[in-house]
Design a binder for this molecule. Structure first.
Ligand code: GLP
Length: 244
């Protein structure tokens, strides 16, 4: 779906999320959301916070699983995705803290693999992800599933691509301070989500959006796997759609 600008697009996605949350409230079910970080979903989170404050949208029945976290990373660091999510969404709404899950960047290395299996088990225990929100990296990564990630990849510790680290370097004030690894939800769990919405804004994403939507399905562009998902949409602004 192509929108004129990212603000209109984000409002439309927020409306869909709100409708899903409210529908699940009527049937007294939990609404399981997969959430992303990066600059792309910021306007979506702002709109959800506004709907909570001004329209009484409650998140009491919502359970969230974030895609990824840098490793190593302390939760109170200004760079952590925990902090990002709290500031932009989770601390601004009435969601129960115990319902919010973000990969733990503080674990000893030898515990990560069991932890990742546990993270997937928690998703399974609540019936899977109802709606997964995604951004896209300049190289086509989703979460931190970099080029080369397999369609059945599991939640794991990954090495970040040079191009991903360069993109993040300005926030970390230089490449040397930028983490080399991260924990990410695997592509398998993203593909198992009942619905997926990938969002992208701006001319800088136009090339990779074309590759992901119209190019061959390839591990080189992990977002291209979504072509095989039965209920995935790309929500883009005019600029990001320019090569479609
Ligand atoms: C990071 C995140 C991704 C995100 C990507 C794009 O790599 N781990 O989930 O999609 O950045 O970021 P942005 O939205 O800032 O372009």
């Amino acid at each position: 779906i192509i929108f004129e600008d990212s603000s209109t697009a984000s409002k439309s996605v927020a409306k869909e999320i709100a409708a899903l949350i409210r529908a699940k409230q009527i049937t007294k079910e939990s609404c399981v959301l997969g959430l992303a970080t990066g600059s792309t979903p910021k306007s979506l989170y702002a709109e959800l916070v506004r709907m909570h404050r001004e329209e009484g949208l409650s998140f009491r029945n919502v359970i969230t699983f974030n895609l990824d976290e840098y490793y190593p990373m302390e939760p109170d660091s200004i760079h952590s995705y925990v902090r990002f999510m709290k500031e932009l969404l989770l601390d601004q709404i009435d969601i129960l803290p115990e319902n919010c899950h973000i990969p733990d960047g503080t674990l000893p290395k030898e515990e990560i693999s069991d932890y990742c299996a546990g993270y997937e088990a928690k998703i399974k225990a609540v019936g899977g992800i109802d709606l997964q929100i995604l951004g896209i990296g300049g190289n086509g990564h989703i979460g931190f599933n970099e080029s080369g990630s397999l369609q059945n990849s599991r939640t794991r510790l990954v090495a970040l691509d040079h191009i991903t680290r360069v993109a993040a370097a300005k926030e970390f004030s230089g490449l040397n301070n930028t983490p080399r690894t991260a924990i990410t939800l695997g592509i398998q769990k993203i593909m198992e989500a009942k619905r997926v919405i990938l969002m992208a804004w701006g001319e800088g994403k136009a090339n990779i959006i074309r590759a992901a939507v119209e190019g061959e399905v390839t591990t080189k562009v992990p977002a291209s796997f979504l072509q095989g998902h039965a209920n995935a949409i790309f929500v883009v602004d005019r600029e990001a759609s320019k090569f479609l």
